[in-house]
Design a protein around this ligand. Structure first.
Ligand SMILES: *[C@@H]1O[C@H](CO)[C@@H](O)[C@H](O)[C@H]1NC(C)=O
Length: 581
């Protein structure tokens, strides 16, 4: 695996934010900075507060200038503050007091709340993350809170580089109000054999991301894919061939005894099947957004396979935003050309809706969560400058690129080429059994695609909400490809049923049928919340369900587009084979 340092250089130049300059090489006695980051409950990695919001105190060393955050870090609520501890490369430090703090009643309450809720704090040293528990509840007496006042750092070095850090929280102190607590630390340097390139390996958890389970699930889904593709192939080839044969026979019969050809199948709707969808503007915008998300997903996952994002804070998020911005022409191209093909006239409006559809979903949810976060003083509260940066990216990068794509799409692919003429008068849709109604088809269609991804969903959810670093992006790519294939097959089959019932409203139906996987993902998120996490409180709940909703929605738009795209090409194929006179 290679590390794309130059890419990060470009990324950080694009965002014009200065990262902390560090080449990770130290001479003996050089200062090593310990950054205090955030504190939060162990049960939800995403709920974090600034470390110094609890009554901790800083070391005696003079403050150095504040850390400059990247865009991704700011959005993730990284809040690095200097610890004030004097740490020198390869200089051992015996147990030393670095500050004293008088705990008044409020401090006592805050600290005991944190201990009762299993709060952890996080620090960074030389970009390596460190976690430690604030304290523990006395096992024999649940009203007594024990606080760890001593931090022991064991730092492994290899040559001039730091390769391994262990922190042990010791010094059990019973928490009492109106009492002074003294904070101590200790530094022990050890020679280590770990190489600098592999220093992040200990944070990856191969026993959690069991490769066997992954392979098993991939194998399972793969079998399903083979089965489904075979099914689609068989049903469609055989049925279609039969249909064509019957059609031709009827053509012969027709001359003798009239209207036999009128009473069956998908061919009846040839004059309506290419009718524009209802709400063409909204529909084209969804499709444009879907293409956009699809390409962003595949590029991001591929990039994540090649470079080790987890070694740099917030880099995955920064990269995703960057990729989203530069892929905006895809959105314009797909949405704009589709809008023009279905005869839409108001293309500027369509372009704006398409460009801002997904960003506005994100900002609605992010702003609501933000309001709660501000109320709770969580470090998740997005700073104003960061919001401004995001708005600028939307207005000055995404919109113009989208415009470019729209113009290209309208000129290159803006003319509809449909194999059948559209009748002037829409055909009435006949009554049919309830299981052929679009709503039923839509709901059922999401089930199999969900079945192919839910095992991976567990790993993705757990790495997002708990302290696990996701690193098996190769599996994620495989699962994503399988999901796309399953979605395509299922929507094609269900659209075939729909058309056979002489219902020609396939455009929205295939989009929604592909997208209904999101309903199942959201239900799974509900299950996950109640049975796999120990989250509590208003903030965590809002945060969880808000972002899970966003995730499901994005997945739905993406899969819906895949469903529509494959169904459209299928419909094109079958209708260009019937010869209409
Ligand atoms: C940190 O802990 C691990 C596991 O206990 C140990 O193998 C490693 O040597 C420790 N590193 C240092 C620098 O003490």
């Amino acid at each position: 695996m290679f590390r794309s340092k130059s890419l990060w250089l470009i990324l950080s130049l694009v965002y014009a934010v200065l990262a902390d300059e560090h080449d990770h090489n130290y001479k003996d006695g050089d200062e090593v900075v310990l950054w205090m980051n955030t504190i939060g409950p162990y049960s939800n990695r995403q709920e974090t507060y600034s470390y110094f919001s609890l009554p901790f105190c800083k070391g005696t060393k003079e403050n150095i200038e504040h850390y400059h955050e990247t865009l991704g870090e700011a959005l993730l609520g990284v809040e690095l503050e200097y610890s004030g501890l004097d740490i020198r490369f390869k200089v051992n430090q015996p147990k030393t007091e670095y500050c004293k703090k008088y705990f008044n009643v409020d401090d006592f309450d805050a600290m005991s709340f944190a201990i009762a809720h299993n709060y952890w704090y996080q620090m960074y040293m030389d970009d390596l993350p460190l976690w430690a528990l604030v304290g523990e509840v006395d096992s024999s007496d649940p009203t007594t809170f024990i606080f760890y006042s001593h931090k022991k750092f064991e730092i492994g070095y290899n040559g001039e580089q730091i390769v391994d850090i262990n922190i042990t929280a010791e010094g059990k102190t019973t928490l009492k109000s109106n009492r002074e607590v003294s904070f101590t630390y200790e530094i022990i340097w050890k020679k280590s054999e770990i190489s600098f390139e592999n220093r992040f390996d200990k944070y990856l958890d191969p026993t959690f991301f069991q490769h066997r389970i992954h392979w098993f699930s991939i194998f399972n889904s793969f079998m399903m894919v083979i089965f489904l593709v075979g099914l689609v192939w068989m049903i469609l080839l055989r049925t279609l061939n039969k249909d064509y044969a019957r059609y031709h026979k009827d053509m012969d019969l027709e001359s003798e005894d009239g209207d036999l050809s009128d009473d069956y199948g998908w061919k009846q709707v040839h004059g309506d099947v290419f009718r524009p969808p209802m709400f063409p503007l909204l529909f084209s915008s969804f499709i444009g957004t879907g293409y956009h998300l699809l390409i962003v997903m595949f590029v991001t996952i591929s990039l994540a396979i090649l470079s080790e994002f987890y070694t740099e804070r917030g880099s995955l998020l920064s990269a995703t935003i960057f990729i989203y911005a530069i892929c905006a022409p895809v959105n314009g191209y797909a949405g704009g050309s589709m809008y023009s093909r279905v005869g839409g006239k108001n293309w500027i409006k369509q372009m704006v809706v398409s460009a801002f559809l997904f960003p506005s979903m994100i900002s609605t949810i992010a702003l609501s969560v933000n309001a709660v976060a501000i109320y709770y003083h969580a470090s998740r509260a997005i700073p104003f400058t960061t919001m401004l940066a995001i708005v600028c990216i939307c207005a000055f990068v995404i919109l113009p690129l989208n415009f470019l794509g729209t113009v290209l799409g309208r000129n290159l692919k803006g003319v509809a080429d449909i194999p059948c003429r559209i009748n002037v008068v829409p055909r009435p849709i006949p009554d049919k059994k309830w299981f052929l109604e679009p709503w039923f088809i839509v709901i059922v269609a999401g089930f199999l695609p969900f079945g192919s991804i839910f095992i991976e969903m567990y790993f993705i959810f757990t790495s997002f909400w708990a302290y696990k670093i996701y690193y098996v992006y190769g599996f994620m790519l495989l699962v994503a490809v399988i999901l796309m294939i399953v979605t395509a097959c299922v929507t094609i089959v269900s659209t075939y049923f729909l058309l056979n019932a002489e219902d020609y409203r396939w455009r929205w139906c295939s989009f929604l049928a592909g997208g209904s996987v999101s309903v199942y993902v959201y239900l799974y998120a509900l299950y996950y919340f109640f049975f796999k996490t120990k989250m509590y409180g208003f903030f965590q709940t809002i945060f969880y369900f808000g972002y899970m909703g966003l995730f499901s929605m994005a997945l739905g738009i993406l899969c819906g587009t895949v469903g529509y795209m494959s169904t459209a090409s299928f419909i094109h194929k079958i209708y260009s084979r019937i010869k209409l006179d």
